[in-house]
Design a protein around this ligand. Structure first.
Ligand code: AHR
Length: 673
């Protein structure tokens, strides 16, 4: 990589420090001089975004608002050894009812949705049916509407092969009751309907519970001797984010939106390229009517319904004002695929590449094409005739930069350059911040003229402090950088400490200072459901009815709310060598506000004199937000008052004022225009 120092050394504000030097400088007062009239340097206005991957039950059982688990009876032992098509479902017999569950595949609701449930009622009693308690827990709220729906047909009435008596009347509909029940069996909501006919038909009612319950269950009962074929048995809150049908869990979608992310990368991660060469995430299987989507084994070892698919991702991006950044495989699978750690990369056979590349072109048409184009029509049929305005497309994720990869990546890139020069392709530089794949990935990017590169690093907090100058040596005329996955991993990794959050904040100031190169950055992973967490740490933890943002989330939110598009040439002066103290100063052109961020990663406070050159006479409004805690080890514990939360106050300041930067803190000073 060429070394072109484009940012003054003034910006490098963090060096190693011996304890003796720290003690000697402890009384020093620092200076921060900001020239409000300075032209500054244009930086990315889109720095802070989010990266969504269906890991840790982030989609099904997470952001996707569906409340029932295994709604289409597609769970399988290939996903988890104790799973099968009836996982999550109980056979219910009431009164002296009797019946059984069978699995059908002969006459599916759609070829992409191959299995369904065959419920046989031998003796009706007071009803025979099925129950589902959701993903570990199914909370319902009194007075809120829940859409209970299912697809069904009537294979037979009476006994399948008839009994000794007269054959049952096959024209009779099957009466069905749908209920929400409390854990102890009290009926909270109920509705009745009848299933009739041999055609697969969708039935739906709204259930409104008369009481809240933290652990409810959904029950479907059939009331006549006979059979019932059932699929896509679903319970969906009506109160989704922005009220979207087939939408997202409101609280989780809102907490992400509250970051004000400027972009969203999806659907992964390793999930994209999959654990086998044809097991990649197929965007086409994720759009269209939900009952026609092809669920698949998730690379992270569970089931993904694709109910939250490309349409829902793009819709969510639009709803929160984030630019969509989908990622497609570069025609290779994960390097750990096929249970072969580090040795699993395989490429699609070259003769399959043209069809695969056509899928990528179709994605662009689906997102951006007119409503009367082949794929634009699919988007329009889903309720979005206007194009989504796709501009960025990731190709590859953390791939080993092998000849197999290079050949396929170039094939895709060449076609995209020729047919869609308006699309910014984001390449990959492997899984680490340095090393073979990083070097080879960057070499390939330079060779092929790829406009943007996705870098990933999961590292110690100290690594961030030691690498604040990383991007100063990057070629200003070369590819832009997308720090697509990063996080500071403290010890133990299960704890999202203040120390880790401040290290990320320090990293973010360095991204801002180098915002002419670093275009985007997204913490990873975003979401994790308690009890189904495969990876630590994550930005936001959640349960069935609660959301637990970490301190790291607060850092993302503060940077998301206080971004700028212009870097002012100012930094803390007088910082003793090695002290974990760094800053950035940006201007937001839209508001005219100047925003100073100071990160103090030391166990002691520092005071500084902040002064504004070119300031007009008189006082200005200063909003000061401080994120700090009792010490660097604190973490926000589930359901407890936060150990560290941002606190904001507003004051008036003149052209110069003194400011204390507390031990272990992020301070955001927003000078209002
Ligand atoms: O963020 C979790 C995983 O980390 C991603 O899937 C992958 O890209 C990286 O290894």
């Amino acid at each position: 990589m060429k070394t072109t120092p484009a940012v003054p050394l003034l910006f490098a504000a963090s060096f190693l420090l011996s304890a003796a030097a720290l003690a000697a400088d402890s009384a020093a007062t620092l200076r921060l001089q900001v020239d409000l009239a300075a032209k500054g340097k244009a930086i990315s206005p889109d720095l802070v975004g989010v990266f969504f991957e269906d890991l840790n039950y982030a989609a099904d059982g997470g952001l996707y608002a569906e409340l029932l688990q295994n709604r289409s009876f597609e769970y399988s032992a290939t996903e988890q050894s104790n799973w099968g098509p009836f996982f999550g479902w109980d056979l219910i017999k009431t009164g002296d009812g009797d019946g059984q569950l069978g699995l059908g595949d002969a006459r599916p609701v759609h070829v992409n949705n191959p299995h369904y449930l065959l419920l046989t009622v031998l003796t009706a009693g007071e009803g025979v049916g099925i129950a589902n308690a959701g993903f570990d827990q199914l909370p319902v709220e009194a007075g809120k509407g829940y859409e209970a729906s299912f697809w069904a047909y009537q294979p037979f009435m009476g006994l399948k092969w008839g009994g000794p008596g007269p054959r049952a009347d096959q024209s009779k509909p099957m009466p069905v009751t749908l209920q929400l029940q409390s854990k102890d069996g009290r009926v909270l909501a109920e509705s009745r309907l009848a299933v009739s006919g041999r055609a697969w038909t969708k039935y739906s009612v709204v259930l409104t519970p008369n009481q809240s319950a933290a652990e409810a269950r959904f029950v479907l009962l059939a009331h006549e001797q006979g059979g019932l074929a059932l699929d896509m048995v679903s319970l969906f809150p009506r109160d989704t984010f922005k009220g979207r049908a087939n939408g997202l869990r409101r609280d989780l979608a809102q907490v992400i939106a509250d970051i004000r992310p400027k972009f969203m990368r999806f659907p992964g991660g390793c999930l994209v390229h999959g654990s086998g060469v044809r097991a990649y995430y197929d965007w086409k299987a994720s759009v269209g009517p939900v009952e026609q989507r092809r669920a698949q084994r998730n690379l992270w070892g569970y089931h993904q319904t694709l109910g939250m698919g490309y349409f829902e991702f793009f819709q969510y991006c639009e709803d929160i004002g984030a630019k969509p950044l989908p990622v497609v495989t570069a025609g290779v699978c994960c390097q750990h695929a096929g249970d072969s750690p580090g040795r699993g990369q395989e490429g699609l056979p070259l003769e399959e590449m043209p069809a695969y590349i056509q899928d990528v072109l179709d994605l662009i048409e689906w997102a951006n094409g007119p409503a009367d184009s082949k794929w634009g029509a699919v988007r329009a049929a889903a309720g979005h005739p206007a194009p989504f305005g796709l501009k960025y497309l990731g190709v590859g994720n953390e791939d080993a930069i092998t000849p197999i990869f290079k050949e396929r990546f170039q094939m895709i890139l060449d076609v995209l350059k020729a047919k869609h020069p308006e699309i910014v392709v984001v390449g990959t530089s492997g899984p680490f911040h340095s090393g073979e794949d990083y070097d080879n990935g960057w070499a390939l990017v330079r060779e092929l003229g790829v406009p943007m590169v996705d870098e990933h690093y999961y590292v110690s907090p100290q690594w961030f402090w030691d690498n604040l100058a990383r991007y100063e040596s990057y070629d200003r005329k070369g590819a832009k950088v997308y720090v697509g996955e990063y996080a500071a991993h403290d010890q133990p990794k299960t704890r999202s400490t203040l120390r880790s959050a401040l290290a990320e904040a320090a990293g973010l100031t360095s991204f801002e200072r180098n915002g002419d190169v670093v275009q985007f950055a997204s913490y990873a992973p975003l979401l994790a459901r308690r009890g189904h967490t495969q990876w630590h740490p994550n930005m936001i933890y959640f349960a069935a009815n609660a959301v637990y943002p970490t301190i790291n989330y607060q850092v993302q939110r503060l940077f998301g709310h206080n971004s700028g598009d212009n870097l002012l040439p100012a930094a803390l002066e007088g910082v003793p060598a090695g002290v974990r103290l760094t800053s950035s100063v940006v201007r937001d052109s839209a508001s005219g506000d100047v925003i100073i961020k100071v990160v103090n990663g030391e166990d002691r406070s520092f005071s500084a004199t902040v002064s504004f050159a070119s300031a007009s006479a008189g006082e200005r409004r200063l909003m000061a937000t401080v994120l700090t805690g009792a010490n660097a080890d604190v973490a926000n514990e589930d359901g407890q008052p936060p150990a560290a939360a941002p606190v904001t106050d507003e004051s008036k300041v003149g052209a110069s004022f003194a400011r204390e930067f507390p031990a272990n803190s992020l301070t955001v000073l927003r000078l209002r225009q």
